[in-house]
Design a protein around this ligand. Sequence first.
Ligand code: FE2
Ligand code: FE2
Length: 130
Amino acid sequence: MPIQFVWDKSYSVGHALLDSQHQGMFERANALKEDLTEKQVRKIVMELYRYTREHFKEEEKMMQETGYPKRKDHIRLHNELITRLNDVSNQPFDSREAIWVFKKFVYDWLTEHILYQDKDYFQFRQNRKF
Ligand SMILES: [Fe+2]
Ligand SMILES: [Fe+2]
């Protein structure tokens, strides 16, 4: 079964810029199709890697500015994905299955991260008192 990232408002963290960046990550991950050549897949993985890195930087800056107490753990999770994307970009994508497995990994990681970790941060933002 092909994997498709479908945005709906359950993914919204209530911040326009970060929501649009999360959607941008979905779009880039959706560009991964099982019938692409290895070269095309690598290009998409690299683009996803760069886009994700920029998004994480932005999110981490906000966490620092707002004094999010779980910031360190959150950054550790971000770094794990970045490392994985970087590693994967050196691995072969020589079969439909290899592409599917990678896309599934990205799907599980991203949806879980947005729904639980990113939302936890936005819960914190909403509740904080100045
Ligand atoms: Fe995020
Ligand atoms: Fe995050």
